[in-house]
Design a protein around this ligand. Structure first.
Ligand code: M6R
Length: 608
C-alpha cells in the first residue's frame, strides 16, 4: 500500500520517477503524484485514478530537474482526491514530502500546527509531516526531518526535499519499508526494490528511525539524534527481469509458471539427495526445538492457507500441538504464550501489519518467533528471533501463487527438521518424505507442461455466479486457497468448506449444475471425501475434482477431473493447488478481469 519513489542524480528525474511508480503499481493505489525540485520552486502534479492520469498530467510539467519525489496513494485518511494525493507541500511551497503509512497522532499535531498559523490543504494524516519540517528548517532539511521524527507516533516512511537545498532528499522509516538504491552518480529511494531494479542492483536497507541523507554521489545514514550509523550497501538477490512479464500476458501467469524454480530454490542447499534436512541458516537452536511444547502459526490470506496446509504435517510428524490463527484475530484474543511456545509468522511480503503486530505481541510475551518470509530486510526479519526465507523471487501479481507453494515447501522442510531433532517420527518416514519433497518441483513442472482439460472446464463454468470448494485434511487449506484465488481475481463469490462440514449448512446452496470444486488427491481421508462427492452428486451439482493422475475411478464419479502427478500425501497440496490457481486465472481472463491488480486489493496490507 502506498509507494514512494525518490530520485537524485544527473539525469532528468521525471521519467525515472514515473517508471518507478509504474513498477510499484502492484502495491495498490487510488491516486498518485510527482514533485520535481526546480530552481527556486517545486513543480507538482497530482491525479486521481490510475497512473495514466498522472502521466497525462505530468506531460505538461516536462521538468528537466534531477531531483524529485513520486508517490502512489492508497487512501486511509481522506478520500482519494487530488488534494489528498501526495506529494504535500509546506505553507511556503518550498518543501515537499511523500509518506507511506499512518501518523497516529496527526489530529493533535494538526491542531497544534493550525494554532501556530499553518494552512492545511488536505484531509490526510501525512500533511502534518511537511508542516513540522517547515517549522524546524533553521538547521537545514536533515535536521528538520530528525526533529519531526521525534514528534511522530505511528508506522510510516517518508521522504522530503526542498528547493532551498537542491540535489538532496532526506528519507526515514519507522515500521514501514524504505530502501535506498545506490547507483553510479545517482541514488534512488523507494518503498520496494522493483522501483529501481532496472537502474541498480545495489541497495542500502534502512532500519527503523534511520535518517538517510541522500545526494547524487552517496548516502549518509544517521540515527534520529544525528549520530552516524553504518549501513553497508548490499546486492539485490533478484534479476532485473524479475519486474518484467518476460513474454507472459500477466505477472500472475508468469509467477504460476515460476513455481518449480521457486520451490527448488527454496529447497536448495537445505535438503540433500537422501532426504536429510539442513536448516542451519534459520538460527533456531536444537535445544529450543526440543523444549517446545506448542506451536502457534499466525498469518493472513494465502500465507494463512500455507500454514493451515502444513499444520497437519507439523503436528503428525513432529508431535507438537499446533494452533493456527489469522493474525488479525490472534492479536486480540490474549493468547497464552510462553518461552516454550514457538510462534511461526508467515508473511511473504514481511510487511503485513496484522502479522507484524502478532509477532511483536508474541515476543513481548516471551515466545520465540520464527518468521517465514520472501523479502530480505523486511520488517518481519527485524521483528523475529529467527528467519526462514522462501526464495521465490519477486512476486508482483496481487494474487499470491509462487510464494504460497514455496511457503508450504519451506514449512515441510521445517517439519522434517523439527521431527528429526525431537526424534518424533521414524527416520525412514522422514527420509521418504524428504526424498519426495526433492521431486516436487518436477511434479509441479509436469502439471504445468500438461494440464489437459483445464481450459475446457474454465470455458464451461466461467459464467457461473457461485463456486463451492471442498477439501479435507491437508486438502482443506488447498480448497480455501483455490476459493480465495477465484474470488479475488474474478470477483465471483466462492465458499470453501471442510468437506465434512458441508452437510451442516452449505449443502443448502447446491442446485442442479452448481460447480463444486473438490480437492481429492490421495490422503488418509480420501474414502470419506468420496462419500462427500456422492452427496454433492446426489443433489445434481457438478463436481470438478483435483485427483491423482492414475485415479481413474474418480472419472466415473466427478463431472470433470483435473489430474495431477501422484506424490506423497504430505506434498500433494503443493501440486494440487496449481490447477486451482490456473482455473481461477483462466476464469478471470474469460470474464475480462485485471488479474494482476484486482479492484480494492493491495499486494502488501500495511494497515489494520
Ligand atoms: O505478504 P503476506 O503474505 O503477509 O500477505 C498476506 C495476504 O495479504 C495475502 O496473502 C493476500 O491474501 C493475497 N491477496 C492472496 O492472494
Amino acid at each position: 500500500m502506498c509507494g514512494i519513489v525518490g530520485y537524485v542524480g544527473r539525469r532528468p528525474g521525471q521519467p525515472i520517477i514515473l517508471s518507478g511508480l509504474r513498477r510499484l503499481e502492484y502495491r495498490g493505489y487510488d491516486s498518485a503524484g510527482l514533485a520535481m525540485v526546480e530552481p527556486d520552486r517545486l513543480a507538482v502534479v497530482r491525479a486521481v485514478g490510475n497512473l495514466d492520469s498522472l502521466f497525462a498530467a505530468a506531460d505538461g510539467l516536462d521538468s528537466s530537474s534531477c531531483t524529485g519525489l513520486g508517490h502512489t496513494r492508497w487512501a486511509t485518511h481522506g478520500r482519494p482526491s487530488e488534494e489528498n494525493a501526495h506529494p504535500h507541500q509546506d505553507c511556503g511551497g518550498r518543501i515537499s514530502i511523500v509518506v507511506n503509512g499512518i501518523v497516529e497522532n496527526y489530529k493533535s499535531l494538526r491542531e497544534e500546527l493550525v494554532g501556530r498559523g499553518h494552512v492545511f490543504t488536505s484531509e490526510t494524516d501525512a500533511e502534518v509531516v511537511v508542516h513540522l519540517i517547515e517549522e524546524h528548517m533553521g538547521d537545514g532539511l536533515a535536521a528538520a526531518v530528525r526533529e519531526t521524527v521525534a514528534r511522530l507516533d505511528g508506522h510510516y516512511a517518508f521522504c522530503a526535499t526542498s528547493v532551498d537545498e537542491p540535489g538532496l532528499i532526506v528519507g526515514t522509516r519507522h515500521e514501514a519499508p524504505l530502501v535506498v538504491g545506490v547507483g553510479d552518480g545517482e541514488m534512488f529511494l523507494a518503498s520496494a526494490i522493483p522501483a529501481f531494479l532496472c537502474h541498480t542492483k545495489r541497495m542500502v536497507v534502512l532500519e527503523d528511525d534511520d535518517v538517510a541523507v541522500v545526494r547524487a554521489d552517496g548516502v549518509t545514514v544517521t540515527d534520529v539524534a544525528g549520530g552516524p550509523v553504518d549501513r553497508p550497501a548490499q546486492e539485490v538477490p533478484w534479476d532485473d527481469d524479475a519486474a518484467e512479464k518476460g513474454g507472459y500476458e500477466t505477472f500472475m501467469l508468469k509467477e504460476i509458471y515460476e513455481q518449480p524454480t521457486a520451490i527448488a530454490d527454496t529447497l536448495a542447499g537445505r535438503l540433500d539427495d537422501d532426504g536429510g534436512v539442513d536448516l542451519s541458516d534459520v538460527g533456531l537452536s536444537d535445544d529450543l526445538l526440543r523444549r517446545l511444547r506448542r506451536i502457534y502459526i499466525v498469518a493472513c490470506g494465502t500465507s494463512y492457507h500455507a500454514g493451515l496446509v502444513a499444520s497437519y504435517a507439523l503436528e503428525r510428524l513432529a508431535r507438537v500441538p499446533v494452533q493456527i490463527e489469522v493474525a488479525s484475530e490472534f492479536r486480540y484474543r490474549d493468547p497464552v504464550l510462553d518461552a516454550e511456545t514457538l510462534v511461526i509468522a508467515i508473511t511473504q511480503s514481511g510487511e503485513t501489519l496484522d502479522t507484524l503486530v502478532a509477532m511483536r505481541l508474541s515476543r513481548a510475551a516471551g515466545a520465540p518467533v520464527l518468521a517465514l518470509t520472501n523479502i530480505m530486510g523486511s520488517q518481519a526479519t527485524r521483528d523475529a528471533d529467527a528467519v526462514l526465507f522462501t526464495r521465490a523471487g519477486l512476486e508482483i501479481g496481487v494474487a499470491a501463487t509462487k510464494t504460497h507453494t514455496a511457503q508450504v515447501a519451506a514449512l515441510l522442510l521445517f517439519t522434517l527438521h523439527l521431527a528429526e531433532v525431537r526424534g518424533a517420527a521414524p527416520t525412514d518416514e522422514l527420509i521418504r518424505v524428504g526424498r519426495a519433497l526433492r521431486n516436487v518441483p518436477q511434479d509441479v513442472q509436469a502439471y504445468l507442461d500438461n494440464h489437459r482439460g483445464l481450459d475446457e472446464i474454465a470455458e464451461r463454468y466461467h459464467d457461473r455466479r457461485f463456486f463451492l470448494y471442498l477439501g479435507r485434511h491437508t486438502g482443506f487449506g488447498v480448497c480455501l486457497e483455490g476459493a480465495l484465488k477465484l474470488k479475488e481475481i474474478s470477483y465471483i463469490p466462492t465458499e470453501a468448506y471442510a468437506a465434512g462440514e458441508m452437510k451442516h449448512g452449505p449443502i443448502a446452496l447446491l442446485d442442479e449444475g452448481s460447480p463444486v470444486v473438490v480437492v481429492a488427491t490421495d490422503g488418509p481421508v480420501y474414502p470419506k471425501l468420496v462419500s462427500n462427492i456422492e452427496e454433492v452428486r446426489a443433489r445434481k451439482a457438478d463436481v470438478i475434482a483435483v485427483a491423482s493422475e492414475d485415479n481413474t475411478a474418480i472419472d466415473e464419479l466427478a463431472t470433470a477431473v483435473l489430474h495431477v502427478p501422484r506424490c506423497d500425501p504430505w506434498l500433494a497440496p503443493i501440486v494440487a493447488v496449481v490447477p486451482l490457481q490456473l482455473l481461477a486465472y483462466r476464469i478471470a481472463r474469460l470474464t475480462g478481469c485485471d488479474v494482476d491488480q484486482p479492484r480494492n486489493l493491495a499486494k502488501t496490507v500495511t494497515v489494520e
